[in-house]
Design a protein around this ligand. Structure first.
Ligand SMILES: C[S@@+](CC[C@H](N)C(=O)[O-])C[C@H]1O[C@@H](n2cnc3c(N)ncnc32)[C@H](O)[C@@H]1O
Length: 207
């Protein structure tokens, strides 16, 4: 992948390990992460609404991040931080209790059995999500795929790290991602779930 001059505002976090707080000043900030942001309309709407917050928008696809960055430049939005990074690599870089809210919206459901390993959400990723969230921080997930919705809900519940909430807060209910807009236009419903990260969890490993 070749970097273009206009990529100067996209952090390319591949290859060697570093911590996110080596790259960005994270102290005392309200930080939200739109993981697998695609073209990133959701992140843009959040950033406009909360100009004092840091909104990270992460995706593996540089082309999508370029579209997001162009929109930021056009609209003069300066509190979105596009990250070109693979999700699991990113989570290995995020210090404990950093994120106030994490959004994983309409991720690819990979319905075929042989592709399931590509899913963003699986049981061994839950502890990483919990560790990166502040206590009481929110994990917001959406999908149009009912079987995937049910599996993610079961996996998160089985982890015992999160508390499921009854409804989305009003600000999130009002903002749709690009894929939610697309699915709605095709007459498909998108289901949202919000969990909060439980406090005082001791991580244990099986022997
Ligand atoms: C179906 S799109 C959804 C985009 C956006 N969240 C929305 O709702 O409009 C899924 C996005 O996740 C990204 N993605 C898939 N696997 C990823 C991974 N392991 N790490 C980072 N991004 C990933 C894809 O490149 C794609 O842009």
């Amino acid at each position: 992948m070749l970097n273009k001059p206009e990529d100067k505002n996209i952090a390319i976090l591949t290859g060697e390990y570093c911590r996110l707080d080596d790259v960005f000043e994270l102290k005392d900030k309200i930080i939200e992460l739109d993981l697998g942001c695609g073209k990133g309309s959701f992140a843009t709407k959040l950033a406009r609404r909360y100009p004092e917050r840091m909104i990270f928008a992460a995706d593996v696809m540089i082309g999508r991040l370029r579209k997001l960055q162009k929109r930021n430049d056009r609209e003069g939005i300066s509190n979105i931080y596009p990250l070109r990074v693979e999700a699991k690599h990113l989570f290995s870089m995020i210090p404990d209790k950093t994120l106030t809210r994490l959004h994983i919206l309409c991720p690819d459901p990979w319905p075929k059995g042989r592709h399931r390993g590509n899913r963003l959400l699986c049981s061994d990723f839950c502890a990483q999500l919990h560790r990166a969230l502040k206590s009481g921080g929110s994990f917001h997930f959406s999908t149009d795929d009912v079987p995937y919705h049910d599996i993610v809900r079961r996996v998160i519940s089985a982890s015992r790290l999160f508390e499921e909430q009854n409804a989305l807060p009003a600000d999130l209910a009002e903002i749709k991602s690009d894929f939610e807009i697309r699915w709605n236009e095709q007459g498909k419903k998108v289901y949202h779930i919000l969990w909060t990260a439980k406090a005082n969890i001791k991580y244990t490993s099986a022997h």
